[in-house]
Design a protein around this ligand. Structure first.
Ligand SMILES: NC(=O)c1ccc[n+]([C@@H]2O[C@H](COP(=O)([O-])OP(=O)(O)OC[C@H]3O[C@@H](n4cnc5c(N)ncnc54)[C@H](O)[C@@H]3O)[C@@H](O)[C@H]2O)c1
Ligand SMILES: CC(=O)N[C@@H]1[C@@H](OP(=O)(O)OP(=O)(O)OC[C@H]2O[C@@H](n3ccc(=O)[nH]c3=O)[C@H](O)[C@@H]2O)O[C@H](CO)[C@@H](O)[C@@H]1O
Length: 428
């Protein structure tokens, strides 16, 4: 297999063509491999084969078209098309259930599809983020379904994906990678495979360690954001601007405080800390507390909005509120677990009308002007670049009352004539 990989002479199937699977499939195809992308959503398959990506990511359409035109990438919904491949890379979603326990249904279904399609000697790679011990459990599942032995008859690896949406094609190449092989040989082969385009370092370990590493990274970020959010809460009580304080604190050589805001969304940070805890019998409570803080941040934005209503004696039930941004982060179309929705749900029964505008998300008002006309308050929930360049004075002229709540530190200097409040902006 070693030489065959180096010569691009192995057939790859990528299972799940979403934010991670599609760029991964494109990357391998444009590195010279024959790649079949298997995806259960038929409308996505159709769109991809016609050369259009269903997600927003810099350069994706150009790179997808290159892969489709060269004949190296083809998408399919037919499991027959992924029979007897050499490498299977699983990139399906691993969300939470309502009760915040991991929902591994997509993963298990993908593993079963792979078990039915693979042959002796195949390599199965899980790129999805999973609770500790899952890869070993999935290897046992494949053994039961195929009668093959993991590490002897097939290779198995957990290769967590660490790319940042918005920079995926750069980070796929330059990030360092962790490869958790069920055996040393599995990790060694996966290293040869990823080395075909990865320029970052590659570290090899066991699958449970690599599962932990991935979850620790996102939990570290989530807990740090919670700390920044707690600082923001204190800043309101002490009457200071937390962003100035953070900038000053970050001049210390060993301090790097994160950015407070209306909440933490996306497919990863809101669930990965729960995945980390899900297989443990006990924990100290810090990670859960951080999650609670971040989950409650939309309510802090609600408090600021309602304080502003009070300042102008506007009964909330008469107020029209325009939310700018539905995506979970700037310049993205991804609305998964977006705090904007939590915020909207928290206010919609108390106010007259809630409108939204997001240039990346369909189903919102067509134009910003239309969304803002005769409204009483604007709440910024996403840091899209274009929101940083708005002419607030002109927009203000369209409004009935001029309340501006900044949930994402988009506004540096409060615009004239507005009642301005921002998360962590306690100086007003
Ligand atoms: N989105 C990110 O920024 C990011 C970054 C790093 C890691 N991850 C992890 O990568 C994994 C995938 O995340 P994503 O954001 O790409 O999810 P996604 O929802 O965008 O993509 C998953 C795709 O898999 C498809 N799918 C589901 N079950 C399937 C099956 N049985 N067979 C074939 N296709 C199936 C879905 O239809 C979907 O298109 C998750 O575990 C996530 O935690 C995501
Ligand atoms: C460890 C790490 O870096 N992991 C990254 C992360 O990427 P992401 O796409 O989830 O993006 P983030 O930037 O983490 O934002 C998430 C939410 O937190 C808000 N936020 C952010 C920073 C801050 O200081 N204050 C905030 O409030 C922001 O607005 C948004 O709602 O997970 C991916 C999947 O596993 C990883 O692959 C990727 O490397």
């Amino acid at each position: 297999m070693r030489e065959r990989i180096q010569n691009r002479n192995v057939e790859i199937a990528v299972i799940g063509l979403g934010y991670i699977g599609l760029p991964t499939a494109i990357m391998f195809a444009n590195s010279g491999f024959n790649v079949t992308g298997y995806e259960i959503r038929e409308e996505v398959v159709k769109k991809l084969n016609s050369g259009t990506a269903h997600i927003v990511e810099p350069e994706i359409n150009k790179l997808l078209q290159e892969a489709i035109k060269s004949g190296k990438l083809r998408a399919t919904s037919n499991p027959e098309d992924i029979k007897n491949k050499d490498v299977y890379i699983i990139c399906v979603q691993t969300p939470l259930r309502e009760d915040k326990t991991p929902n591994l249904e997509y993963l298990e279904s993908a593993v079963k599809t792979v078990a039915r399609a693979m042959k002796k000697g195949s390599m199965v790679i899980i790129e999805s983020t999973v609770p500790p011990l899952t890869t070993v459990r999935m290897a046992r599942l494949i053994e039961t379904l195929t009668g093959l032995k993991a590490g002897e008859d097939f290779y198995m690896v957990h290769a967590p994906e660490r790319v940042m949406p918005g920079r995926i094609f750069k980070e796929l190449v330059y990030n360092s990678r962790i490869l958790g092989g069920i055996t040393r040989e599995s990790a060694d082969l996966a290293e040869i495979l990823y080395r075909t385009f990865v320029k970052g370092q590659i570290f090899k370990t066991d699958p449970t360690t690599s599962e932990m590493v991935k979850l620790m990274e996102n939990t570290f970020r989530d807990v740090n954001i919670a700390l920044a959010n707690e600082f923001a809460f204190l800043a309101h009580q002490y009457g200071i601007n937390i962003f100035e304080a953070i900038e000053l604190a970050n001049t210390h050589p060993r301090v790097k405080i994160h950015i407070p805001g209306i909440g933490v969304g996306g497919h990863c940070l809101p669930k990965d800390p729960y995945l980390l805890l899900s297989s443990a019998k006990e924990d100290f409570g810090l990670i859960k507390k951080a999650r609670e803080i971040n989950e409650d941040m939309p309510l802090m934005a609600k408090d600021l909005l309602f304080e502003a209503f009070k300042m102008i004696n506007l009964p909330p039930e008469e107020a029209v509120v325009t939310v700018l941004g539905l995506a979970y982060k700037g310049n993205s179309d991804d609305t998964r677990n977006s705090p904007a929705y939590v915020f909207i749900e928290a206010i919609q029964d108390d106010v007259k009308e809630v409108r939204s505008y997001d240039p990346y998300v369909s189903g919102t008002h067509e134009t910003l002007e239309e969304a803002v006309k005769d409204s009483d308050a604007i709440v910024i929930a996403t840091d899209h670049s274009q929101f940083k360049k708005l002419n607030w004075e002109e927009l203000g002229k369209l409004m009935r009352n001029k309340i501006l709540i900044d949930g994402r530190h988009v506004i540096d200097k409060p615009p004239k004539g507005f009642i301005f409040k921002g998360i962590g902006r306690g100086e007003y």
